[in-house]
Design a protein around this ligand. Structure first.
Ligand SMILES: C[S@@+](CC[C@H](N)C(=O)[O-])C[C@H]1O[C@@H](n2cnc3c(N)ncnc32)[C@H](O)[C@@H]1O
Length: 352
């Protein structure tokens, strides 16, 4: 390719490349901040770096440099040389914040997520799931062998689902159903929000035993233990019968098309007449639209690559969802963006 006639790249173009190339360093800076409890130690009012270093068991000068990098990333503010306070974005790293993303940051900067990414090119070349080669097992098998990591993953998912849990109960007509099963429902945060807003509904959280480790606690906390049960199982073998709505949020993107057809096929078989499957996932446009909620700085497309590298799944277009639903005996009746929880959409499907 010759660039002699092309417009010259300007400073902004060079900055973009530099920022992207340094992206993994920014992620590791967040990780260090979380591990050293920097945000909890700095707090809302200006505090000196030396004091923060002493409280964290760290050296003053390196701590000052870490705090300055966090200030440059928008997570802290430096008031006078060496004194810092936490910004609203930085406060989200505090485990005590009601909308905390601390576990989310820990999980997505973990070696278990990051290591296989070093071989992304290999994954693109071979089409293989690099994680399985690097770790000698698949992602969920790896989690099953490490209860601490599995707990971190569950907590990360619970923090990631918070926006959807706030938006979904009022964005869909749950009133016409009797019982909802959340397939791959994790710690129950999403179903708890739906059941709290709809007192006539009963629910089932269906997941693996590892995925359900904290679910009874969530249901207890929301006063739902009498209205919602947990069911451990494997959605590649079956999905429990008894509900008229099967909710499937951020599960299908973990799997290949054939595996998705199996999961949806089990949901289809469990459905009574008049029953519905409600998929909650981003829906990719046919062409990347840099201005859309789905593009959101690249996160959905990076999530797509993350699925390729670590799990073997993918994000999907409407046509992709139509294909897997059709193969599972379902047809899509509506696709609606979920306001307040972009880039998620509600994909409603019924037996065809
Ligand atoms: C990406 S998480 C999504 C969790 C939750 N729906 C959410 O949106 O936060 C995928 C979920 O699928 C569960 N899962 C993975 N393999 C499963 C299987 N074979 N059977 C049932 N659940 C499974 C995981 O334990 C996890 O809770």
């Amino acid at each position: 390719m010759r660039y002699t006639d092309a417009p010259t790249a300007d400073t902004a173009d060079r900055d973009l490349i530099a920022r992207l190339a340094f992206g993994s360093m920014a992620a590791q800076t967040l990780r260090a901040a979380v591990r050293l409890r920097v945000v909890e130690l700095v707090g809302a009012t200006p505090r000196g770096a030396a004091e923060v270093a002493a409280a964290a068991g760290a050296r003053p000068q390196p701590m000052t440099r870490l705090l300055r990098a966090l200030a440059a990333l928008g997570l802290l503010r430096e008031h006078t040389p060496g004194t810092f306070s936490v910004t609203p974005a930085g406060a989200l790293l505090d485990p005590g914040h009601p909308d905390s993303l601390r576990s989310f940051v820990r999980m997505f900067t973990e070696p278990a997520v990051v290591r296989a990414w070093e071989h992304l090119d290999e994954g693109v070349r071979t089409g293989e799931v690099v994680f399985d080669t690097v770790f000698g097992t698949d992602f969920f098998g790896h989690l099953a062998q490490d209860p601490e990591l599995s707990a971190e993953f569950n907590a990360a998912m619970s923090q990631a689902v918070a926006e959807t849990a706030a938006a979904l109960p009022h964005a869909y007509d749950f009133g016409r159903f009797r019982a909802v099963t959340d397939v791959g429902g994790g710690d129950g945060t999403l179903l708890a929000a739906v059941l709290t807003a709809h007192p006539d509904l009963t629910g089932v959280v269906f997941d693996t035993a590892e995925g359900l480790a904290r679910t009874p606690e969530t249901l207890e906390r929301h006063g739902l233990a009498g209205r919602c049960t947990v069911h451990a199982g494997d959605f590649f073998r079956s999905v429990p019968e008894g509900s008229d709505l099967y909710l499937v949020k951020s599960v299908l993107h973990d799997w290949t098309d054939d595996q998705v057809v199996t999961i949806l096929g089990h949901c289809r078989r469990a459905l009574p007449p008049g029953g519905t499957v409600l998929i909650v996932e981003p829906v990719l446009p046919e062409v990347v639209d840099a201005g859309s909620a789905v593009a959101d700085g690249g996160v959905t497309y990076l999530s797509d690559l993350n699925m390729m590298v670590n799990i073997g799944g993918r994000e999907r277009t409407r046509a992709d969802f139509e294909d897997v639903c059709h193969r599972a005996g379902l047809s899509i009746t509506s696709v609606t963006p979920l306001a307040g929880a972009e880039p998620f959409s509600l994909i409603e499907a019924v037996p065809r």
